[in-house]
Design a protein. Sequence first.
Length: 150
Amino acid sequence: MRTGMDETQARRRRLAVLARASRAEIEVLLGAAGPLPAHEVLKPAETGTVMVEGRAGGAGRRFNLGEATVTRCVIRLACGTMGFSYALGRDGRKARLAAVAEALLQREGAAGPLGRGIEALAEAQRAARELASRKAAASRVDFFTLVRGG
């Protein structure tokens, strides 16, 4: 039996996968699930900025890194399920499609075709991050100080 927290964490993970996905990936994902369901746009895609924070060394003190452009959208399916999305950039269509996918995922859950598609997308994103991390590690330079004897 899943607890409310488990479902919240699963939903956060799905939202993160959709936010990182490209519009083309979301279109393919939704295309495999069939035609777009009837939905009402409650908050049309709006673009704004958010402050991005960083941490020195990944765990140090927080600092403001700068601003990022974000687009958000909220939809409601005919059955009443609401879908939300946030995505970096200005792509309003991507935000709307991600909101539709998020609403469908709430209804369908992880066991359906859309849930399996999200899992495949999450795995591809993880593999891409891992590859980028390995490439960065391969180019790492360790600096040291050579002390001359005196």
